[in-house]
Structures are given as structure tokens and as C-alpha cells.
Write a protein that binds this ligand. Structure first.
Ligand code: 13P
Ligand code: SF4
Length: 302
């Protein structure tokens, strides 16, 4: 506890010295969410990065999120506590494969989930997050959409649009772990609870949801609901904000496997160290960033 307080003190000083802002995704460890200037989902944090006056952005999340921040704020320094915090889903799509698919469907527009590399965003018409996916799809002036990389979110979105989605076969290793059996068992154990679920989960699991939505949508839903018990079908880190918003409610994660190991690579110690050393910094080659920025800015305007 003493070490934690020392780290928090040191962080406060460094933030002032460097004119830095700390952004943390809801899936980060509690010790990081506690000291963040802003907590958010991938959409809210991208928006914050685009708007901030700070000179330095410390992005506590996974690599593609830091990249998106750098693309949207090219003149700022973007630090991440540990560059090994990647996203396996983002790595499931490559530029060659996407180009081939585009060649096969020349009339389709490419809608890419923000969980993707800068190179993929550079090949994209418009980005989206789980919070705005349906709205983004509806805004595109084409009836045929190439959707990368999340097949589960793609399946969910397909049910809410008449457009034809050509869906890439990627998925989130963490959300995809949740099974129908897990949810049945939890429902038996907590019959009074509502099941809230992220659309990165498997279609058959999403179909069981009393509420389906992005991280922020789940947080808002649980805050407003009169129910006192919830079975949560998204990453364990959201427990921090859920309990902060509703200390009188009970939140049960649907399995103990809903923990993204990549998100947990970051910790308070590494956060302090990156501001001390100003490393590791995110770099995106300007030729890539300039093209990727168009697809991100289009998303922010929807
Ligand atoms: P959101 O923050 O958009 O809900 O995305 C979930 C996720 O898996 C981020 O890595
Ligand atoms: Fe990637 Fe899933 Fe982890 Fe999000 S929770 S960073 S999508 S692996």
C-alpha cells in the first residue's frame, strides 16, 4: 500500500511536469483506472485523444488504441505503459488478405472495427466501434459492406441492417470464450439477475442477453436498471466502473475467463515509468497515418 501511494504521488508530479493526460480503457487494472484522468470505451477514448490540449497522451489500453490516438493527434507524444499489450483480434487481419477481398468485391465499402492496425485502417473507408457500429454501417453509401475483423460483432450488426455484410473471420479470444453453458449455469445460480453481454461474444451467447451493448452501453444500462443483480458478459475490468456507479448492486462475471491478458499487461508501475522515461512512444509512419486518419475522422463525424 505504501509503494502504491508513492507511485501515485510520483505520477501526479510527472503529469504536471510533462503536461500529460492519462486515458484508461475500462478493461485496465483497477490501479490504473483509479489514477486515470478519463476512463472510457474505445470510442470515448479516441474522441478524448482527438480533443485534448495536453502535450502528452498516456494511453492505457492495447496497442491499436494508442495508435488511433497518435493518428488523431499526430503532433502529440503518445506513450503506452507496455508495447507488448497487443490485441489478438487486431492481428487476425492482414493488408494482403483485405486487398484481395476488396478486389473480389469492387463495389463494397470497407467498414473496420477500431480493433485493427493503422495499416488496415489505411485500407478502410470508415472505422467504427461496438458503440456506433450500426449507425456507421447505415451512414455508408453502399449496400455491400466488407466488415473486418470481428465475425461476432459482424453477425450482431448484420441482424440490425438490410445491407449485406461480407464478414472477416476474426474474433476476440476473451469474449469468444464465454459459452451458452456458462450462461445457463449462472442463470441457475442467480435467477433474479439480468444478463448483459458485449456483441464480441458468440452469436448464441449474445442471443441469450437481456441487454446487448458496447462497454459503455452496458455500464449505462446497469446504472439505470432497477434490478439489483447482474450477470456480466464482458471483460472483468468493467467491474471497477460498474461497482463505482452502483455500489448497492451485485455484479457476477459470467466466467472467470473474461479477463483480457493483453489489457492486464499494463500496471501502475509501468505507467509511472513510461512518463519518467518518455518511452515507449507510439510511432505511425505519416503515409499510413494520413490515410488511416480519414477513416477515423469519418467515424467521429457520424
Ligand atoms: P469497446 O471499448 O468498444 O466496448 O470494445 C471492447 C474491446 O474489446 C476493446 O478492446
Ligand atoms: Fe482485443 Fe478482446 Fe482484449 Fe479487446 S478484450 S483488447 S478485443 S483481445
Amino acid at each position: 500500500a505504501e509503494q502504491k501511494m508513492e507511485l501515485q504521488e510520483r505520477l501526479k508530479q510527472l503529469k504536471k511536469e510533462r503536461n500529460a493526460i492519462i486515458l484508461a480503457h475500462y478493461y485496465q487494472r483497477d490501479e490504473i483506472q483509479e489514477v486515470a484522468d478519463f476512463r472510457g470505451d474505445s470510442f470515448l477514448l479516441a474522441q478524448k485523444a482527438a480533443q485534448t490540449d495536453a502535450e502528452v497522451i498516456v494511453f492505457c489500453g492495447v496497442h491499436f488504441m494508442g495508435e488511433s490516438a497518435k493518428i488523431l493527434a499526430p503532433n502529440k507524444t503518445v506513450l503506452i505503459p507496455d508495447e507488448r499489450a497487443g490485441c489478438p483480434m487486431a492481428d487476425m487481419v492482414n493488408v494482403d488478405g483485405l486487398r484481395k477481398l476488396k478486389a473480389q468485391h469492387p463495389n463494397a465499402k470497407v467498414v473496420t472495427y477500431i480493433n485493427s492496425s493503422a495499416e488496415i485502417k489505411a485500407e478502410t473507408d470508415i472505422c467504427c466501434t461496438s458503440a456506433n457500429a450500426v449507425r456507421v454501417i447505415q451512414s455508408v453509401d453502399s449496400d455491400e459492406i466488407i466488415w473486418v475483423p470481428d465475425k461476432n460483432l459482424g453477425h450482431y450488426v448484420q441482424q440490425h441492417t438490410d445491407k449485406k455484410l461480407i464478414i472477416w473471420e476474426g474474433y476476440c479470444n476473451t469474449h469468444d470464450m464465454l459459452t451458452v453453458k456458462d450462461v445457463y449455469e449462472m442463470r441457475t445460480k442467480y435467477p433474479e439477475a439480468e444478463f448483459v453481454v458485449h456483441p464480441e461474444c458468440r452469436p448464441e451467447v449474445v442471443a441469450m442477453g437481456d441487454f446487448v451493448g458496447s462497454t459503455t452501453a452496458i455500464l449505462e444500462y446497469c446504472k439505470k436498471s432497477d434490478r439489483k443483480q447482474f450477470i456480466v458478459g464482458t471483460e472483468d475490468g468493467t467491474g471497477y466502473q460498474l461497482r463505482l456507479d452502483s455500489p448497492d448492486k451485485e455484479f457476477h462475471f459470467a466466467t472467470k475467463f473474461l479477463v483480457c491478458p493483453n489489457m492486464k499487461v499494463n500496471n501502475l508501475k509501468k505507467l509511472v515509468k513510461c512518463l519518467e522515461t518518455m518511452k515507449p512512444q507510439i510511432y505511425v509512419p505519416p503515409v499510413v497515418a494520413d490515410r488511416a486518419r480519414i477513416s477515423l475522422e469519418r467515424m467521429l463525424q457520424v
